[in-house]
Design a protein around this ligand. Structure first.
Ligand SMILES: O=C(O)CCC(=O)C(=O)O
Length: 299
């Protein structure tokens, strides 16, 4: 497993990420990392976490989501602390240090037709800032029609939009759900489907080893239209740079990790550079992380 990206992140890619809020990176992860993530996701499906639940479940078509299991899954921990992802985040953010927030998996069975509602990530989080990267990695190739879609530049809009309540997307009633309400003064979320051309929605077909990286303030969603016989396993990780601070929100949080953060003594405005959010770059102490391992069998 190569701990470095298979080729360096270029300055042009970092500029595109800053300008557009999203960039596609070709050929950065080797297949051993993808195999490790696939093993982790397979196990996660058998052993869902407290929050894990279906966003859609209609007989043959299933869209499963889970998050915040990295302390329990050795496969995820190995990826977070040893893979090229932290270096990629640091290069794109121009950050002197990177702290890890959490991972999310998105799993769709072959042929599933379930797009992700358009949304931004950061308004649901108990942290905020401008310098963050969300790395979306498919374990195999993805057709353009199935890939996550983005509204370029929307990370800089400085708008306060109404929040989609993901608690409503829980057809089987499993898992802990978090309810969000609208923040004071929030406005209608843009109708991206109706304004696709005007907003210049982008997405990319991806080969194994490729990923997209987005700023968690960018509007994204869509995709999820799978061809017959093609499933989709996504491992998504959130990485925070220098300007990120604790930001508890009245509108609610999803996932809500604020209880554990408060118990760890974190107050509004504190830097995220603390033990709760392990510093993963520069890579001074690989493997040093809080939490237990559910299974030490990661390759
Ligand atoms: O993969 C998906 O369908 C959703 C991904 C997403 O919303 C995210 O990575 O923030």
């Amino acid at each position: 497993m190569n701990p470095r990206p298979l080729r360096p992140v270029t300055e042009a890619e970092a500029r595109a990420f800053a300008r557009d809020g999203v960039v596609v990176l070709r050929g950065v992860f080797d297949r051993d990392w993808l195999a490790l993530l696939e093993r982790g996701i397979e196990r996660n499906l058998r052993e869902p976490g407290a929050v894990g639940r279906d966003y859609a479940n209609d007989g043959d078509q299933r869209f499963f989501y889970d998050t915040c299991n990295w302390r329990d899954f050795a496969e995820y921990r190995k990826f977070i602390f040893e893979s090229p992802a932290a270096e990629i985040a640091a290069a794109l953010l121009g950050a002197t240090r990177v702290n890890f927030l959490f991972e999310t998996i998105f799993y769709r069975t072959p042929g599933t037709q379930k797009s992700t509602p358009w949304h931004q990530d950061e308004p649901y989080w108990p942290v905020g800032g401008m310098q963050a990267a969300s790395i979306w990695i498919p374990c195999g190739g993805v057709e353009k029609n199935s890939a996550l879609e983005f509204v370029p530049g929307s990370h800089r809009w400085q708008k306060n939009f109404r929040l989609h309540n993901f608690a409503d997307d829980n057809p089987t009633g499993r898992g802990t759900v978090f309810t969000v309400t609208d923040a004071p003064g929030s406005e209608e979320f843009p109708d991206v489907e109706a304004r696709r051309d005007e907003l210049g929605v982008v997405s990319w077909a991806l080969e194994p080893g490729d990923c997209t990286v987005h700023n968690p303030r960018i509007i994204h969603g869509g995709g999820g239209r799978l061809a017959a016989g093609r499933g989709l396993k996504i491992f998504n990780t959130q990485w925070m740079g220098d300007d990120y601070v604790v930001r508890y929100r009245e509108s609610g949080l999803d996932p809500d990790i604020s209880g554990a953060m408060r118990a760890a003594g974190l107050r509004d405005g504190d830097s995220v550079d603390c033990d709760f959010f392990p510093r993963v770059w520069p890579r001074e102490t690989p493997g040093k992380t809080p939490g237990k391992e559910k299974n030490a069998a990661a390759a």
